[in-house]
Ligand binder design. Structure first.
Ligand code: GLU
Length: 509
């Protein structure tokens, strides 16, 4: 293993970044920061058929939004550039050839039709999709069956071919996973994966090993779905003679559907109405947009916090952590083996806690953006900051600030007079008419001054302040919500307060 901590996130640019992908980024980032190491982002784009334009840029934007920036990447540069596998194409073949020379891989010349025929010929009820493995390979057109001379001829003639790993027939390979402990595999169960494709591009199986080696990766964290490929990678490390440099692996648990029934997919999000991607992703082929946590109004700090808790805890009941606290507390041995159920209500709870704990200042840009999306111009930043402080405890997602606070910036569009009418009478009408006059004459306009005047006037009219609060609230905000009424009146100012009382009185008469 390499002495210096160097970890990598190695996405394939095939679409939006799913929760699980961002969690892998996060665990890499935390681990690197904790041990003073490097965090590398490597783009694994060797499967050109799955390449999606815009996906790479999207990955970088997501990392930036989350505040999880890599130290080395195609964008950030670094000593091991290029970090995009397609740009490293030329360097992989020599390693595949080395494996052929040492007898651990072979050339395979089978055409797509021949492969198709093989699958049809060997198909049985127990084995519906036969794999190219230690048994089948002796029946196919490859350098093992054709012999040296024939192989040489085919190669010289430029016959299209791939290079496959030659999986040993009956070996047990094992490694120690940082989360799962000792994991073993029977090599007979694994097929002869293609390492180098006919177009000269490596597959993931070759490229991941070569690049983890060349980039001096010390620890490799990836999703549990890669566990079945581990024996192939282990053997490639071994056959290339690099075993002592192999990174320590951790296969991260899956993120499960809310009911725990299988892996959480984008489709579950669509079906259940919650985001699964970090940010909005528009598929360039269908032009369909999948909503992201960012656009739903999550704070990046909350998003990162909730991701950390999907499969990890610090051993206490504490669930709210800043990124610095996570760096301090994180350890791979506290990552659970079992999948982590995703609960959207719980995700929102994290955001609510983060909104409550955030300074108004840090929320301003996001809240302003929400108002602007609804066509409400915010020109007074001082007022915005006060409004945020006043209503943030009532907001779970950023758009809630519009619901809870738009009346500070513009008069309500509708007034729920229906809620006032049943208990409305002349005495109350008189009270509010007098209140207008009293407030007009007020020289003081602080919340407690307004409350004092309001209560004194109620007493003089032999009315209970409690019976007047609801009408007053509806006059100011339009409905039965919002923070304390006198705080609202103080903030919207004398003119708006009086104008809204007058307007509602006219609606009631
Ligand atoms: N390119 C693989 C993916 O997108 C990366 C797996 C790994 O980290 O080794 O899932």
């Amino acid at each position: 293993m390499n002495p210096k901590v160097r970890v990598r996130f190695a996405p394939s640019p095939t679409g939006g970044l799913h929760l699980g992908g961002v969690r892998t980024v996060l665990f890499n980032y935390l681990f690197a920061r904790k041990y003073g190491g490097d965090f590398i982002l490597r783009i694994e784009d060797t499967d050109q058929g799955r390449f999606v334009p815009g996906a790479e840029e999207y990955i970088f934007n997501t990392l930036q939004w989350c505040g999880l920036e890599p130290d080395e990447s195609p964008v950030h540069g670094g000593p091991f550039a290029p970090y995009r596998q397609s740009e490293r194409k030329a360097l992989y073949r020599q390693y595949a050839e080395q494996l052929v020379q040492s007898g651990n891989a072979y050339y395979a010349f089978d055409t797509p039709d021949e492969l198709e025929k093989m699958r049809a010929d060997f198909k049985t009820a127990e084995n519906p999709s036969p794999q190219y493995n230690h048994f089948i390979r002796s029946r196919m057109r490859n350098s093992l069956t054709l012999g040296k001379e024939e192989t040489g001829k085919l190669l010289a003639a430029g016959t299209p071919h791939v290079i496959r790993i030659k999986m040993p027939e009956n070996e047990t390979v094992s490694f120690t996973d940082m989360i799962r402990g000792e994991v073993s595999f029977q090599t007979s169960q694994v097929d002869d994966k293609v390492l180098l494709k006919a177009d000269g591009m490596p597959t993931y199986h070759l490229a991941v090993v070569v690049d983890d080696y060349l980039m001096k990766i010390s620890h490799a964290f990836r999703g549990e779905e890669w566990l079945p490929s581990a024996p192939v990678h282990l053997l490639v490390w071994k056959y290339l003679g690099w075993e002592s440099q192999m990174p320590q692996w951790a296969h991260l648990p899956l993120i499960l559907k809310p009911d725990g029934n299988g892996k959480l997919s984008k489709r579950d999000g669509d079906r259940l109405g919650f985001p699964v991607f970090a940010m909005d992703w528009t598929d360039p082929k269908t032009n369909e947009t999948t909503i992201g946590f960012r656009e739903r109004g999550f704070l990046p700090e909350a998003f990162v916090n909730l991701l950390a808790m999907l499969g990890w805890n610090d051993g206490s009941d504490n669930e709210i952590f800043t990124i610095d606290e996570l760096i301090e507390k994180f350890s791979m041995d506290r990552v659970h083996k079992g999948g982590a159920k995703f609960d959207y209500e719980k995700a929102k709870w994290f955001n609510h806690e983060w909104i409550k704990k955030s300074e108004a200042r840090s929320l301003e840009a996001g809240v302003k953006n929400e108002f602007e999306k609804k066509g409400i111009a915010v020109t007074d930043d001082g007022l915005l900051s006060k409004v945020i402080t006043l209503v943030k405890d009532r907001c779970t997602l950023l758009p809630d600030f519009v619901q809870q606070g738009s009346f500070f910036f513009q008069s309500p569009e509708t007034f729920d007079t229906g809620a006032i009418k049943p208990k409305w009478d002349d005495k109350k009408n008189l009270f509010f008419t007098e209140l207008i006059r009293a407030y007009e004459l007020s020289t003081l306009w602080e919340s407690h001054d307004l409350e004092k005047e309001f209560k004194e006037l109620a007493a003089a009219n032999q009315l209970k302040p409690g019976d007047l609060m609801l009408p007053f609230r509806i006059m100011l905000v339009g409905g039965k919500f919002g923070p304390g009424v006198f705080d609202i009146a103080a903030l919207i100012g004398k003119e708006a307060t009086i104008q809204r009382i007058q307007h509602t009185l006219s609606l009631l008469s």
